[in-house]
Design a protein around this ligand. Structure first.
Ligand code: ATP
Ligand code: MG
Length: 657
């Protein structure tokens, strides 16, 4: 990597060379890895407009690579202006729907106009290239518009999920030194109006870097504004100039910084650049989602506050000129078929959501999806956690009508875009429920042992990526040392994502859970996902989490927590049945010592199970940073389950397992 390469030689490649070289998918993969620089260069030229051509594909010094060095481009221009210039301004960019039911349709031309005017407002506030702003915004059309307006001027933004507390928001603002916050008065969630502005007021009191608070009005009432500090966006727009030209920005210009979910600890401030990130976003739209901009309606049903929203609600779909659905609220408000009514109304062709959402939709039962026409769907996606085969099957059968491929996409905030996934836009690969299948072209992923050497198929190990890829983060904000330590020191020269995995004899990747959550039971290493999959395959179980619990005799035993599907009856006999079920599926080693039935699991606000919290409770340790926790009551419930168990064990002799 970073080898000197003659840019002039690469310049001779034809622009229109076919995206996907003919031949099988595996050949494409192999070819892309023979000469990654040539491969990515073709894509960069094809996918983006460069106002100044790049001179090197990969510059910089490992692990601080600079993608498309010397090049200048602009995210907002590539997402909007060029479509409008090409006569596609009338195409719908977003079909927006509020939770109470209001609808708005925004074309590419309208979105561009809004973005230009917001950029004018930002400029009027004195913001310049290299400044940072924070976004604490709900799922309204202004949110992508503010992101693109910042990008238009080279202002870095950080989006903080609008479900976070004032404390979490303040911490992120302080970390990046944002000069303004853009927020809304509130948002509709779960049937009520949830004020956001008071949370911002509280946070900003602790953030001396903040000069102004810009407020989007969502609710019906006048918004109380703090004199001299707060501005209403709609007022500012009235006097904003109609046009604001995009600034030509260096390829490694900070586009946004985003904090990770905090599943394993304190969130990390992940920094994304411009050129490389956009090339990756656009390419994966075509490969993974097989984007057909003329006919598709794309719905990435994540919150914009997560990386999934950044790459697959905003930048990816707009780069390739797709029409997307943007929905404000919960999937089950006013009834559990809200999500399916949206699919039907907008004729959604591609639905991309998380296993946690899929499991909760499944929990509601089949009558809800069955009461809607879902025949417009042609592709389904999953992201955020490993999808249990049982949930995969349900999604495939009940939602996709056995006709839609499922793309189980493995990636991280750090990777910028998808790295391992089926790629129906390139080739038809046999799918296997629970496997993210193969790395995408240009991605040199592998599974290694503790010594950093590749392990053979069937041997579990640690996922690594051997070479950089364009969407990868540039660093951790203000902390290049931590960037090197966390990601590049475990195996020098390799990117270490911190996930446990195995490849099967076909080379397919199976993600088995977080590396630091691996269970070591009686000399065996087990990924949490292996046991959770077995539990979720039991019909009564909706969700499962397993953790290791220290045991004076065995070293470590497995504690399992499950939630049930509607209608299932909890009780000691069910717990016993579940233990027997796991034993039958995986053998005695993997059998949980106890299966606790709870009504909810501790999760991050992005819906991921926080096993580290359960593990800390089980091992009488401090639970650590809880700023990203969704619901504190779930932790108490876990605690109570352990106490009940201890109480029961002190009264009667433990039943032999
Ligand atoms: P933190 O790094 O702060 O602990 P986080 O890792 O949850 O938070 P994200 O970047 O949102 O933050 O999540 C990336 C992680 O999610 C991956 O490392 C992996 O563990 C998990 N993940 C995402 N997609 C998949 C998938 N398709 N299959 C299995 N695991 C996945
Ligand atoms: Mg992570």
């Amino acid at each position: 990597m970073g080898e000197e390469e003659e840019a002039s030689k690469q310049g001779s490649l034809p622009f229109d060379e076919r995206y996907v070289p003919t031949g099988t998918y595996r050949e494409t993969l192999a070819r892309s890895l023979q000469d990654p620089e040539r491969f990515w260069k073709q894509l960069a030229l094809r996918e983006l407009h460069w106002s100044h051509p790049f001179t090197r594909v990969i510059g910089g010094r490992a692990p601080f690579w600079k993608w498309f060095e010397g090049g200048e481009t602009n995210a907002s221009y590539n997402c909007l202006d060029r479509h409008v210039e090409a006569g596609r301004g009338g195409r719908v960019a977003y079909h927006w729907e509020g939770e109470p039911g209001e609808r708005r349709t925004i074309t590419y031309r309208e979105l561009l106009s809004l973005v230009e005017r917001i950029a004018g407002v930002l400029r009027g506030l004195g913001l310049r290239q290299g400044d940072r702003i924070a976004l604490y915004l709900p799922m309204v059309p202004e949110t992508p518009a503010v992101m693109l307006a910042a990008a238009r001027l080279g202002i870095g933004f950080t989006t903080v999920f609008s479900g976070f507390s004032a404390e979490a928001l303040a911490g992120r603002i302080q970390d990046c030194g944002a000069r303004i916050v853009v927020t809304a008065d509130g948002t509709y969630r779960r049937g009520r109006f949830l004020p956001l502005k008071p949370i911002v007021d509280q946070a900003v009191d602790r953030c001396p870097s903040i000069e102004k608070v810009l407020v989007v009005r969502r609710g019906p009432d006048p918004v109380p504004l703090r004199e001299g500090r707060d501005l209403l966006l709609e007022d500012e727009l009235k006097s904003a100039p109609a046009h604001q030209p995009p600034v030509a920005l260096p390829s490694d210009q900070l586009l946004y910084l985003l904090y990770t979910s905090g599943t394993t600890g304190k969130p990390k401030g992940v920094v994304h650049g411009t050129g490389g990130y956009l090339v990756h976003a656009a390419s994966t739209m075509r490969w993974v989602f097989d984007a057909k901009p003329e006919t598709d309606t794309f719905w990435c049903a994540a919150d914009i506050g997560w990386v999934t929203g950044h790459t697959y609600i905003v930048f990816g779909p707009l780069l390739v000129g797709l029409t997307s659905v943007l929905y404000e609220g919960a999937f089950d408000i006013p009834s559990p078929d809200r999500i399916w009514s949206l699919v039907e109304r907008y004729g959604v062709s591609t639905l991309y959501t998380s296993p946690t959402a899929i499991r909760s939709l499944m929990k509601h039962g089949n009558e809800w999806p069955r009461s809607h026409d879902l025949s417009s769907l042609r592709l389904l996606g999953s992201v955020g956690e490993a999808i249990n085969p049982a949930a995969w099957e349900w999604y495939y059968r009940e939602i996709g009508g056995e006709r839609c491929p499922i793309v189980d996409t493995w990636w991280q905030t750090e990777t910028g875009g998808i790295l391992i996934s089926p790629a129906p836009g390139l080739a038809t690969l046999p799918l296997k429920p629970g496997s993210a299948t193969l790395p995408l072209p240009g991605i040199d992923a592998d599974v290694v042992g503790d010594d950093g050497r590749s392990v053979p198929p069937g041997t579990k190990g640690l996922l690594v990526v051997r070479r950089p890829w364009p969407g990868m983060f540039l660093t951790l904000y203000n902390d290049p040392k931590r960037y090197q330590e966390v990601y590049f020191s475990r195996f020098p020269g390799l990117y270490y994502p911190g996930d446990y995995a195995v490849r099967d004899p076909d080379g397919y990747f199976w993600l088995l859970g977080r590396a630091d959550e691996v269970l070591k039971v009686a000399g065996h290493r087990l990924g949490t996902i292996e046991i959770e999959d077995a539990l979720v395959s039991f019909p009564a179980v909706a969700e499962a989490a397993v953790v290791g619990q220290r045991d004076p005799v065995k070293g470590e035993v497995i504690a399992a927590f499950v939630t049930l599907r509607s209608g299932a009856v909890p009780g000691p006999s069910l717990s016993e049945k579940l233990r027997a079920h796991v034993r039958e599926k995986l053998g005695p080693v993997a059998t949980p010592e106890a299966v606790h039935i709870v009504s909810g699991l501790p999760k991050t606000r992005s819906g991921k199970i926080m096993r580290r919290v359960i593990r800390s409770v089980a091992n009488h340790e401090s639970v650590g940073d809880l700023t990203t926790l969704e619901d504190e009551a779930t932790v108490d419930e876990v605690r109570k389950a352990f106490e009940d168990l201890r109480g029961a064990m002190s009264k009667e002799p433990p039943t032999s397992a």
